[in-house]
Structures are given as structure tokens and as C-alpha cells.
Design a protein around this ligand. Sequence first.
Ligand code: NCD
Length: 307
Amino acid sequence: MLKGKDILNTAQFSPQELNLIMNTAASFEKQVKDGNIIRNMEGKIVATLFFEPSTRTRLSFETAANRLSARVISVADAKSSSVAKGESLADTIRTVDGYADVIVMRHPMNGSAQIAADNAKHPFINAGDGSGEHPTQALLDIYTIGKEKGALGGQTVTLVGDLKYGRTVHSLSYFMTLYGNKMFFVSPQSLRMPSEITVDLKARGADIEETENLEKALAVSDIVYVTRVQRERFENPSEYEKLKGSYIINRALIDQAKKGITILHPLPRVDEISTDVDDYEGAAYFRQAHNGIYIRMALLALVSGKG
Ligand code: NCD
């Protein structure tokens, strides 16, 4: 079903494809935990091109490739590649497409994923394009919700923080709409979800309430998804300084929230979740980061026809 396909955004997936990805990830998780050597991608080469900083996404893709017995070639820093010499993205991709069987890329420009996919014959996976989308993060987010909550759908979810520049929430909100979840969008006025996204989500049947009142949203939410204010997207550093502490989740706030609330965060956190929340049992963000390995194993294997 996904063989040969590019992964560019979250609106592209059918419910059947999502089921396949979730089931494949669960199967790989079991095999890894059972200590099996998995050879689905033996003889294949995965390229990871990261032209923006990353810890989890790059290392979990590379871990995933290694767990599948593929080999990895990597650019971890734009400064060390020919991009620094002025090479175009299209030319870089055409070249790497001649080396690898799957290409994974993160890039600071919105729309760069589409350009890359258009220039690659092999499957291409978007690992974050500017403030656009981050579909593989959203896939691991819903995998985590399924594991933490035992279900996907019929939930109330608060997305809080930088909804303007946060690509993870752009991607995740499409899945929440698909699964019929109610969403609260909580952000400072100047960091609201872009209107073209809310309009599109509503056309797809989304139930969205925009508010600046976090306490009220948390009182009725099953899940809160916290995001960092995306400093690197601000033209004016003083604007960032003004907004960075807008919403901070601490233990006192969680004690007043709906009982059993699950806390997610794509990480890295700066100060938007206090460390006194970390030992709350519903604080799932490090489990969430770990789940990225199995989702990325599923994606690499499925687009390669090796699921
Ligand atoms: C996110 C990203 O890069 O968009 N990080 C990640 O991939 N887990 C979130 C962020 O940087 O704030």
C-alpha cells in the first residue's frame, strides 16, 4: 500500500494506511523487544540529510535503519555539505538519489519536502520542512496516544504553545480531525494556528475551540500536547523573549487538570514543562520519543516494499 510512496504531510494518509503503519510499528516493537535481529532492509541504503538541528528525529531514523539491517549515509549539518558551496536543493537531491534507496530530509524552508520529492526517484520522507509539516512526528504521536490511552479517537486534546510556527502541531491536527477528536488551540494571539490550516481542518469536519485560557482547556482534556516557542523562526529576537514563557505546564497546573491527563511534547523542551512534572505518571514525552524508532522502522520498511 505504501511501497514507493513519498511521505510529505499528514493529510495524505488514508485510515487503512494509518492502520498498516501502526500495526507494522507494533510488530517491529515486539521483535526488537524480543531481541530479534531484523533483516527486512538488508542490502538497502538510507540517506539522512539534516540541514537543521535535530537530535531525536535523525538519531531515531538512523537507529530504525540500523535495526532493519540497512546501512546509513548522513549529512548532519548543512555547513559540512555542498549546500555551503551554493548547490541547489534539487541538485543535492538528484545526487543523493543516485546513492541511496530511501531519502530522509529536514530542511529550514517550507515546501522543501515537495521540491526534494519531485527530484527523487526513490521514496522521500519529510523529517520537517521549515514551519510546514512534520508527518513522522505526528505518526509517532498517534502511536503514543494509542499506547497510552488504549484508543485513538473520541478524545479531547489541547494543543498549546507556538501553533503558528510549530510544524508538529500542524501535522498532528490533521490526524486529530481524522479521528474525530475535539481540539482546543491554546496560544498567545500572535502565535495562533495559521488560518489557512484552521479553515482546512474545519472543512474536514474538525471541532476546534481557540482560547488563551489554558486552565479551562486542561480541565476537560484527555491529552495536552505542549510545544516550544520556535525561536529560530522569529525575525525579531525581542519578540521571542516576550513570548517564550507564555504557557508553562507545572505540577500545580496538572493537579488541577482532568484526572489522568496525558502530557505529550515532541521535545526538545526549553522551559514550557517544568521538571517537577516529569515523575507524574501521565508525563509521556520520553516514552513518546522512544516510540519514534518503531514508527520510523515501519515507514522505512513500508516505503521500501519491505514491510
Ligand atoms: C520538533 C521539530 O523539529 O519540529 N522536534 C522533533 O522533531 N521532535 C519540535 C521542536 O523542535 O520544537
